[in-house]
Design a protein around this ligand. Structure first.
Ligand code: FAD
Length: 498
């Protein structure tokens, strides 16, 4: 066994999370080795929603992704539970991307190499903690090798090279396998040729992702406990059996031609007890996996890769910031996992009411209690519909004047936050609603707003003064944030309505 040159960071896996983290860290001046398995995983058709554009811009790959020529999608057509089929376009004529995972991975690898990342085609076998850093052992074509480094980012997805060493937590009763096959037809009978199609059925759900005008990936999600999986002809038969349970997708593929055999890949949900340690981070799907129903897996992985790069950059540059940086990474990963899981679970509950099959009933039951509300405390979408926030908003509009005072147990505390490409300690608002601290809500600087709130007796005056002293914000965001602070008892209005 030989030993490669020491490097600052070894990234395991070249999917969206790993390629993003490796490229950014290299751009920020660190020596990075990305070790990615040579033989590809199954190529999957996947949808990336339009809301990803902001993120792709932030991490610097929007031009490359748009230039790759992925099919642009205008929305989804869904036949879910007992509901009528509905065809939904993305708001404001926005378009997302229909992505072949192998093409995306090749594109991201090219960008990483261009940024100076040392890419090694190999399979990581082991990671060892040593007194002066980490040692990564891998099998390359030329034989076994190893690399020493200060930080290891486990971005190996479901394989979870480090994640499986005691951190991974399966979601009880939630085993899912994806049965996929590629189909081609000259003209598909579909409501919109760019839409992702989704259909639930008695003991599973199916979806269809077009990647060109002729080619589509049609995939069924089933419980492996209720199916016997084997390769080749038997797997094709199993696939056909599942496809036959659907109404729309089986009718749609009736005249189409399958390309290659059906294939299976794991899609069970899991999370991790802990996603950081001294010298390593679990990133993207290595940390947690959410049902593809949410269509946010890639976006979550890109965010996680970016955040891992920021945290690692911070730890390499300033060891005194290691503990708050790791704390922030833990918190962000937990928030993303719970928020996205909640989205998928709303669909499960709906399907369980229609299809009285164990596949749905177990998922529906979990939906009722699986979401840990505490980590969703700042879910902006939820807050917009929170009855207490709506009531506070109405009271604010009717109040003849304001005399805003701080609620009980509200304080300002230092907490970790991202500034550029590092984690810093900054002033945050802490209260029983956000015990871990929060700086911004809808772009409003909360500690500042709370400090200023008592100075004014009219909301328009408070709004004007805030905009003079800070980066201007739009009125709906300002009023929304103020209503949340009132609903969550961070502020109280001493003036009663007329
Ligand atoms: C059936 C299915 C459908 C999906 N559909 C969608 C969708 O429509 N939209 C969406 O956003 N998301 C979808 N997802 C989720 C999405 O694919 C993942 O969330 C995303 O790819 C995670 O990125 P990642 O970089 O964390 O991990 P991955 O993309 O899994 O990348 C991990 C990488 O690590 C490599 N690796 C593994 N072990 C080793 C090792 N020992 N040594 C070296 N390298 C290793 C792998 O080869 C791979 O390249 C779907 C997932 C599945 C299973």
């Amino acid at each position: 066994m030989t030993e490669s040159q020491p490097t600052d960071v070894v990234v395991i896996g070249g999917g969206p999370a790993g390629a993003t983290a490796a490229r950014l860290l290299s751009q920020w001046g660190h020596a990075v080795t990305l070790i990615a398995k040579p033989e590809g995983r199954p190529n999957l058709g996947q949808s990336l929603p339009p809301s990803s554009d902001k993120l792709l811009t932030h991490i610097g790959i929007i031009d490359a992704v748009q230039g790759e020529g992925f099919l642009r999608t205008t929305g989804n057509t869904v036949w879910w539970a007992a509901g009528e089929g509905r065809s939904e376009s993305f708001p404001n004529d926005a378009t997302g991307y229909q992505i072949e995972s192998a093409r995306l991975e090749a594109l991201l690898a090219g960008l990483a190499v261009a940024a100076g990342v040392h890419v090694v085609s190999a399979t990581v076998r082991d990671v060892r903690v040593q007194p002066d850093g980490m040692l990564v052992v891998y099998d390359a074509e030329e034989g076994a090798d190893q690399a020493s480094c200060q930080w290891v980012l486990d971005c190996s997805g479901r394989a979870g090279v480090m994640a499986r060493q005691g951190c991974r937590q399966p979601v009880e009763g939630h085993r899912t396998v994806a049965l996929a096959r590629v189909w081609e037809d000259q003209s598909w009978e579909v409501p919109d040729p760019t839409h992702t199609l989704v259909e639930s059925y008695c003991d599973g759900w199916a979806w269809c992702v077009p990647v060109s005008s002729e080619r589509r990936f049609v995939t069924m999600m089933v419980d492996p406990g209720a199916t016997t999986l084997s390769r080749g002809a038997a797997l094709n038969r199993m696939y056909d059996g599942e496809l036959g349970k659907t109404d729309r997708l089986s009718a749609m593929t009736a005249g189409a031609t399958p390309v290659g055999d059906a294939f299976a890949c794991g899609a069970s949900q899991y999370s991790a007890d802990c996603v950081t340690g001294d010298g390593f981070l679990l990133v993207g799907d290595a940390a947690s996996f959410i049902d593809p129903l949410s269509s946010f897996g890639m976006k979550k992985a890109f965010v996680s890769g970016w955040m891992a790069a920021v945290v690692t950059n911070t730890c390499l540059r300033d060891q005194t910031m290691q503990s708050p940086a790791l704390e922030l990474f833990e918190r962000r990963e937990q928030e993303a996992y719970h928020a996205l899981r909640a989205i998928a679970e709303r669909f499960y509950t709906e399907a369980a009411d229609t299809h009285e099959h164990p596949f749905w009933l177990v998922r529906g039951e979990q939906g009722e209690d699986a979401t840990d509300e505490s980590v969703l405390a700042v879910d902006v979408q939820r807050l917009k519909h929170d009855p207490a926030v709506l009531a506070a908003f109405a009271a604010l509009r009717e109040a003849p004047a304001i005399r805003l005072v701080r609620g009980p147990d509200v304080r300002m505390a230092e907490g970790p936050a991202v500034q550029g490409n590092t984690v810093v300690l900054e002033d945050q608002l802490a209260s029983p609603w956000v015990p871990d601290g929060l700086r911004y809500l809808r772009n409003i600087d909360l500690p500042e707003l709370v400090r200023m709130a008592g100075e004014f007796s009219q909301v328009p005056d408070l709004y004007d003064a805030y905009n003079q002293r800070h980066a201007p914000v739009v009125l709906p965001d300002f009023l929304g944030a103020l209503a949340v602070l009132l609903a969550k008892d961070v502020l109280q209005n001493d003036v009663a309505p007329d």
